[in-house]
Write a protein that binds this ligand. Structure first.
Ligand code: CS2
Ligand code: MN
Length: 381
């Protein structure tokens, strides 16, 4: 197993490569060209520059005697253009053009030594939370999802919230300038079924997987978060059966999972350890974190689908992180793992300069890594 840490890039993250270097056990930097929009081509020069920065050492590091370096083998994410998911042209791009651009990204990343590309296949937007800095009983803060609040929302309400720039919902990647596209995309998904999505998904995989095989780059899909439909948009990577179906759409080993156990566990009926065991052979990358539901599961109580993200330790929440790491260790898992989101601790909540991207501070993820590695090490003979 190779332990990873997500890094948003210099001037785009409160955490530095030098910070990450001091976390014992981290080998892989999980990176992306975050200024690229879905559907855009990544230039070889930009890719090579990012890889060199991650895998090299600065002159001042060298002067200080630093020798530890990272690999840049995992990219999260090369996002999928909506035209691919919808199977029709939108926002000025048609599916075949968007797929051709995706293939070019795969080829170029492969040439730069990247082994895994993560993506998601969620309609319209990435993960959803209702509070980014939710207070926890110990004084830290964390990402929080309130199901009752979401049930009362509509895409129109979401848009007006964002337009008013209120304290309400802000979706990852939805800057005010892009709200017009949000309307257009929401419109385009009306009447699109789960089966339509699977058909378009298969078309995409059959097109790109040969390129993955040629350049030895594995694709890894991240589950929907939360793992159920929202606002009537068809989500197709939520349930265990969905994961199996996605893998069967194209049987190549290069068509695999980024099994995010926090996202997968957002459906209270899910068993994270069973999923790890079931899909082991096609898990190329995994996010391991914990969440805690507000109430024990009850179909009629929306609050039992509300949850807070918590520390990685199993007893902190409802995800059996010990069972997960044991399952990986017993299978001698050779893929990549990273802690996922972390809580915001210490000066991350008091010093505005330290305020991290929601979920992506330094301290809790560093603590989480030590916990996960502790379980892993204890399982080794
Ligand atoms: C999230 C996602 O749970 C997570 O890891 O932060 O943004 C994730 O990176 C994407 O859905 C993968 O494409
Ligand atoms: Mn994740």
């Amino acid at each position: 197993m190779k332990m990873g840490f997500r890094w948003y890039g210099r001037d785009n993250d409160t955490v530095s490569l030098d910070d990450i270097r001091q976390i014992p056990g981290v080998e892989t930097i999980v990176w992306a060209l975050h200024h690229k929009q879905a559907g855009e081509v990544w230039e070889q020069q930009e890719i090579d520059k990012a890889v060199t920065e991650i895998t090299g050492l600065s002159t001042s590091d060298k002067r200080k005697g630093v020798t530890k370096t990272f690999n840049a083998e995992v990219v999260e994410s090369v996002n999928i253009h909506e035209s691919i998911k919808l199977g029709k042209a939108i926002l000025g791009l048609d599916p075949d053009m968007a797929i051709a651009n995706y293939k070019l990204c795969i080829k170029r990343l492969g040439k730069a030594g990247v082994k895994v590309i993560t993506y998601n296949f969620m309609p319209v937007f990435d993960w959803l939370r209702t509070d980014f800095f939710h207070p926890l009983p110990d004084g830290s803060t964390a990402l929080y999802y309130n199901h009752a609040e979401v049930l009362e929302m509509s895409p129109d309400k979401l848009i007006s919230d964002m337009e008013n720039n209120s304290q309400g919902m802000t979706l990852p990647g939805w800057e005010p300038a892009r709200l017009a596209s949000f309307r257009e995309i929401n419109q385009a998904y009306q009447g699109v079924s789960h089966d339509d999505m699977y058909k378009n998904y298969k078309y995409f995989l059959d097109e790109v997987i040969p390129t993955c095989e040629k350049y030895d780059v594995k694709l890894a899909v991240h589950p929907d978060d939360p793992a159920f439909d929202l606002f009537g948009w068809p989500r197709v990577v939520s349930q265990s059966a969905d994961l199996a179906k996605v893998l069967s759409l194209n049987n190549s080993y290069y068509n695999g999972l980024c099994l995010c156990l926090g996202s997968f566990s957002s459906d209270p009926k899910h068993d994270a350890v069973a999923a790890v065991k079931t899909f082991m052979e096609r898990i190329h990358f995994s996010h391991v974190r914990n969440i805690k539901f507000d109430a024990p599961f009850d179909e009629n109580n929306p609050n039992s689908r509300s949850f807070s993200e918590v520390g990685h330790r199993a007893s902190e929440g409802n995800v059996d992180t010990v069972g997960i790491m044991k399952a990986y260790a017993q299978a001698n898992y050779e893929g990549y793992i990273r802690p996922d989101h972390g809580r915001h601790l210490w000066d991350e909540n008091t010093d505005p300069a330290k305020k991290p991207r929601p979920g992506y501070g330094l301290y809790d993820r560093a603590l989480g890594i030590q916990y996960l590695l502790g379980i892993w090490d204890a399982c080794q003979k």
